[in-house]
Design a protein around this ligand. Structure first.
Ligand code: DQA
Length: 144
């Protein structure tokens, strides 16, 4: 199965940013974890990170044309603001799963609203890196 994992703004700053919330492992460690879990699942995985909303929309659109069969997405702050990312996920109609490292429901009120989540079939929230592994496994299982 061919998967795309999309990470939004500031996730490239893992290991530096708000360690008490996101932990001290960096983005490279997250990428290694995702690649290892994908290999265990027998999946091909492409990782994409951007700090720019339009670049994320472009990459989701590209997934429609490049044979991607499932999307794991942590839109980071754009979760709570971006109708454009929601619409892109709806446009491509690929199975998508939402991931957040932290428990967004236990933080500030504004983090409870997820636009992208409205186009996602499953949600793994507050599980740290493990959420990405669980999300990929969910997509593999859903494909059957
Ligand atoms: C996040 C939660 C968001 O609210 C925040 O803006 C992030 C990271 C998470 O993975 O916990 O940047 O998506």
């Amino acid at each position: 199965m061919k998967l795309l994992v999309v990470n939004g703004p500031n996730l490239n700053m893992l290991g530096i940013r708000e360690k008490h919330i996101y932990g001290d492992r960096d983005y490279d460690a997250l990428c290694r974890y995702i690649r290892e879990e994908a290999a265990k699942l027998g999946c091909e995985v492409e990782l994409f990170q951007s700090n720019h909303e339009g670049a994320i929309v472009d990459r989701i659109q590209q997934a429609y044309f490049d044979g991607t069969e499932g999307i794991v997405i942590n839109p980071a702050a754009y979760t709570h603001t971006s109708v454009a990312i929601l619409d892109a996920l709806k446009a491509v109609q690929l199975p998508a799963v939402e991931v957040h490292l932290s428990d967004v429901n236990a933080r500030e009120e504004f983090r409870r609203l997820s636009y992208a989540g409205m186009a996602c079939r499953a949600h793994f929230i507050g599980l740290g890196f493990e959420g990405y592994g669980r999300a990929m496994a969910w997509l593999v299982q859903a494909k059957g």
